[in-house]
Write a protein that binds this ligand. Structure first.
Ligand code: NAD
Ligand code: MG
Length: 393
């Protein structure tokens, strides 16, 4: 029996995680779940999974939560605040932590799980993009096991040879990591209409159902940019080891090419329960509730290169990746502010790139050696991006 904490339980990944866990009551039990604003949903989840603790991030909702917990007759202890999120991520009873909080808010609880040497199912790519080397170093020191949940990285992980040493891709005969992406909802939309894209249009992904922030990131392809950076850290790859390939059908979730000409791809229906189940059970396999891929119904299987004019944010992220840690921390922060401003209709869709690019231009690269510096860099970039939003909105 493995004991699991789900950080960000009310989100898209969190719900899918609880769905997979509920299919295997003989294998997993839930220790704690956390959420931010959807209190009723969180408490319904607590009732269904019979967890011991519920942690609410937003302190202003604590009393309301206690009230609902009483009404629903929930046995779990209700806690509130970041300190308790860190506690339930690092408690000695816990074996596995699903890190599925969105954005920089996930950094501290995810690192708490890493420092405690847990098996960490990493969905929160932003924490790795922000703190890269420090994150990996912490995992090495604590012997935490980081398993990628992002579907592309989970696919790459499955296509690597089991004896691959971290950072030695050439040593095991790998020539390229092929990071695939669908291109999102605007792959074919006329460029001159980009300024009129609404938040709802940007959040309507053709293949995946996800939270709003990552959906907008998918539409700008900043998501693929963050994934590019994430892949470098997860697999010890250099920017030149990775090629982004557009694959609109999202059937292949990524590939690894070897020097002998072989390409190994991981395929499946686009359903996050597959990588979640893989991470939970690794190295075993469990039922994820995902329908088998039906090859007789796959009409198209196409590939192309993402165009820089259409997806400038992707190339901004690749550049930041080459420029080093402080630039990726700055870009991640700027992008969170820009996406939020777009979702609140303060800026246009095409201005997300303006905010990101301008923030990087106005800030200098710095040396990052501590978590303190990561958080400072994150704060500076947020302030700068917010200032630029006010200037242009
Ligand atoms: P979501 O918006 O659906 O859910 C986010 C979760 O984080 C919610 O439970 C919310 O309560 C919690 N949260 C938000 N702000 C918080 C705060 N300030 N403090 C504490 N908790 C907070 O997001 P999602 O789509 O589930 O994505 C979660 C993470 O997984 C993101 O980092 C995303 O990039 C990554 N990811 C998601 C998918 C997907 O298919 N949804 C795929 C790959 C990677
Ligand atoms: Mg992904």
């Amino acid at each position: 029996m493995q004991t699991v904490t789900v950080l960000g339980a009310t989100g898209s990944i969190g719900c899918n995680t609880l769905d997979v866990i509920a299919r295997h009551p003989d294998k997993y039990r839930v220790f704690a779940i956390t959420g931010n604003s959807q209190i009723e949903k969180l408490l319904q989840q607590a009732k269904a999974c019979a967890c011991r603790y519920v942690v609410i991030a937003d302190e202003s909702r604590f009393q309301h939560a206690k009230h609902i917990a009483e009404e629903l007759n929930i046995q779990a202890e209700i806690l509130c605040g970041e300190r308790y999120m860190n506690d339930v991520a690092s408690a000695p009873e816990v074996d596995i932590v699903m890190a599925a909080i969105v954005g920089a808010a996930g950094l501290n609880p995810t690192l708490a799980a890493v420092n405690a040497g847990k098996r960490v199912l990493l969905a929160n790519k932003e924490s790795l993009v922000m703190s890269g080397a420090l994150f990996i170093q912490a995992a090495n020191e604590s012997n935490a096991e980081i398993l990628p949940i992002d579907s592309e990285h989970n696919a790459i992980f499955q296509c690597l040879p089991s004896h691959a040493e971290y950072g030695d891709l050439q040593g095991v005969g790998i020539s390229q990591i092929l990071l695939t992406g669908s291109g999102g909802p605007f792959r074919d939309r006329p460029l001159e209409t980009f300024s009129t894209i609404s938040p709802d249009e940007a959040c309507a992904h053709p293949n995946w159902s996800m939270g709003r922030k990552i959906s907008v990131d998918s539409a700008t392809m900043m998501n693929k940019g963050l994934e590019f950076i994430e892949a470098c850290w997860l697999f010890g790859a250099k920017a030149e080891d990775i090629t982004v390939v557009l694959h609109p059908q999202s059937t292949i979730h990524s590939m690894v090419q070897y020097v002998d000409g072989s390409v190994i791809a991981q395929m499946g229906n686009p359903d996050m329960r597959t990588p979640i189940a893989h991470g939970l059970a690794y190295p075993e396999r469990i039922d994820a509730g995902v329908a088998a891929l039906d090859f007789s119904r796959l009409a198209d299987f196409t590939f192309s290169t993402p165009c820089e004019t259409r997806f400038p944010n992707l190339y901004l992220a690749i550049e930041a990746c080459q420029a080093g840690q402080s630039r990726t921390t700055q870009l991640n922060a700027a992008n969170e502010i820009a996406v939020e401003a777009f979702l609140n209709e303060r800026i246009r869709f095409d201005q997300i790139e303006t905010i990101n690019k301008e923030t990087l231009q106005r800030l200098e690269p710095t040396e990052i050696c501590s978590l303190q510096q990561v958080l400072e860099e994150d704060r500076n970039a947020r302030d700068m991006a917010e200032k630029i939003v006010r200037e242009i909105s």
